[in-house]
Design a protein around this ligand. Structure first.
Ligand code: SAH
Length: 213
């Protein structure tokens, strides 16, 4: 596989950049050092793959910026064995980070070609989520609920109610909220009816779209 010492050097540099930007979770930084991001992109982007930037992955979608992936992963406070619902599989890079952290991942994608491509590709790197689901993240994944954590990797105009309902007590929902610009939001479920809310500044995501395509 095309994953050389040169790529390793670039990944180490990227992890250092993320640390300088405030990422402190050692396991997340380790994931950034291990996962070959260049293989998640079209080969024409290979030379840029370890820049801290989002890139197109086709179908008007993007692979998230590494800082954003690391920031969301850190907010999840993943423990080995956590059952995590991911909305927006995309390239599968964030999915790989969650698998690396030892989570049991259920990843939902609404765009059929990305769903097919990534569900074939990711296991070839040794990252195996519990399941890839072709579906609409607005409704979550009732059949596998409740989850220890839920992560949404597209900008949501509202918090989809089913996602709140599918979270365990004590569970964490990390979701970028807003139309053009999103506020990174963490909800922690306190009990049946109450959620603690924390906000972490602005990010930019592609939109969370309704229905499948
Ligand atoms: N974590 C991914 C992010 C991809 S961009 C990565 O880094 O590659 C966001 C993804 O969310 C896109 O693939 C898009 O198709 C998907 N998406 C948008 N709305 C969705 C929905 N309602 N349900 C599931 N996936 C959705």
């Amino acid at each position: 596989m095309n994953n050389t010492n040169k790529h390793q050097g670039l990944r180490n540099q990227l992890a250092k950049i993320l640390e300088d930007k405030g990422i402190i979770d050692r396991n997340v930084l380790e994931a950034i050092k291990k996962i070959p991001r260049h293989l998640f992109l079209d080969s024409s982007f290979e030379n840029f793959a370890y820049q801290d930037k989002a890139f197109p992955i086709g179908k008007d979608q993007t692979i998230s910026q590494p800082y954003t992936v690391a920031f969301q992963s850190q907010l999840l406070e993943v423990k080995k064995g956590d059952k995590i619902l991911e909305i927006g599989t995309g390239s599968g890079y964030q999915t790989a980070v969650l698998c690396f952290l030892g989570a049991k991942v259920y990843s939902v994608e609404r765009q059929n070609e990305l769903f097919k491509k990534t569900s074939r590709f990711l296991p070839t790197l040794g990252y195996r989520p519990k399941s890839f689901v072709f579906g609409d993240g607005y409704i979550g994944l009732e059949s596998e609920a409740p989850f220890d954590s839920i992560i949404v990797t597209a900008g949501a105009p509202i918090i989809p109610q089913p996602l709140m309902a599918q979270l365990k007590i004590g569970g964490r929902l990390v979701i970028p909220l807003g139309e053009k610009i999103q506020v990174m939001t963490l909800l922690i479920r306190k009990n049946e009816t109450q959620f603690e809310r924390h906000e972490f500044g602005n990010f930019i995501f592609v939109p969370l779209l309704e229905n499948k395509n």
